[in-house]
Design a protein around this ligand. Structure first.
Ligand code: ATP
Ligand code: MG
Length: 159
């Protein structure tokens, strides 16, 4: 079964545990690039949703891969999990150059890359992310924050 098109999205997934596990996978790659990768959580308890574990790992991995790849050395990448009464927001925040406002909508499209983006890539990562987000009934929002790009995923039903 293709994990980018999950049929089962009913497993109990702790987003805090997922964040820590994906961060651990990427720490060596981040360190190679001189980037400080960390996890920030609002309180130290599980933040659970219904989902597909392989798909959510690909989703978060693609976002962290981008953040590390497009942030200059010396920068920071954080995976943030914020709990709210009826939703959980997971975001990946970096200190890189962000994305020009006119391209923010288009980077979620298949094969779209911001003109002049260094390094190779297929332009598929964020399209896959969007697909997985929608199959979980969640929402994705990209914005240029004060430090760099913030990609926010809102899961509406915490369990
Ligand atoms: P791949 O398929 O290997 O992921 P890609 O990284 O180019 O290739 P996407 O992940 O879909 O494709 O990203 C699309 C484009 O959005 C990137 O080419 C880059 O221009 C821009 N982008 C994505 N994430 C960031 C980020 N964190 N900071 C700055 N630009 C970004
Ligand atoms: Mg990518």
């Amino acid at each position: 079964q293709d994990p980018t098109v999950p049929r089962r999205v009913s497993d109990r997934i702790d987003l805090v545990a997922l964040a820590r596990s994906v961060a651990a996978d990427f720490v060596p790659i981040a360190a190679d690039r001189g980037i400080d990768l960390g996890v920030k959580i609002t309180d130290p308890v599980p933040a659970c949703i219904h989902g597909n574990p392989e798909s959510l790992r690909i989703m978060l991995g693609n976002l962290v891969d981008n953040a590390i790849r497009y942030t200059p050395g010396g920068g920071m990448v954080d995976i943030v999990v914020r709990r709210h009464p009826h939703k959980i927001v997971m975001s990946v925040e970096d200190t890189g150059p962000g994305i020009p406002e006119e391209d923010l909508d288009r980077v979620l499209d298949r094969f779209y890359r911001v003109p002049g983006t260094p390094s190779e890539g297929s332009g598929l990562g964020l399209a896959i992310v969007r697909q997985i987000v929608h199959l979980h009934g969640a929402e994705i929002k990209l914005c240029n924050g004060m430090r760099g790009l913030q990609v926010e995923i809102t899961f509406h039903t915490s369990i």
